[in-house]
Design a protein. Sequence first.
Length: 153
Amino acid sequence: MSIGDVIKQKDFPSAYVKLEVNILYTAGWIQNHNNKFFKQYDISMQQYNVLRILRGQFPNACMLNVISDRMIDKMSNATRLVEKLRNKGLVTRRLNPKNRRQVEILITDLGLDLLQQIDNNFSQHEAIFNELSVEEADMLSNLLDKLRGTEDI
């Protein structure tokens, strides 16, 4: 179904306006899907992103600024996300022994186990993309990279 059909708008001022509306609508559609998928694990998409970053650093700890830099959603409050994950037992925080002003964050075994559960069911999550072939998915990803260019907003 075209974006015009979905939002019941026949004409757009330009192809670029139609593209923007389509991207924004689709981003919301994917976000709703993510919220539903991650709710069954009692975490948010942003918390999942933090856990994946920490798993990538494991067994080493990670500083908060590294997590913030690697977040998909740059508007996320990494401090708040880490605290929520700590309260769930999925991460730990400790003072850096060499610099007590720095806090190191480390994923716990419980956090690693949760990521493994999610990984085991990730095909359920990816199913929304089944309308695209692998080649089309690569092409769309490349086009979105091109749209963003080198500018990081």
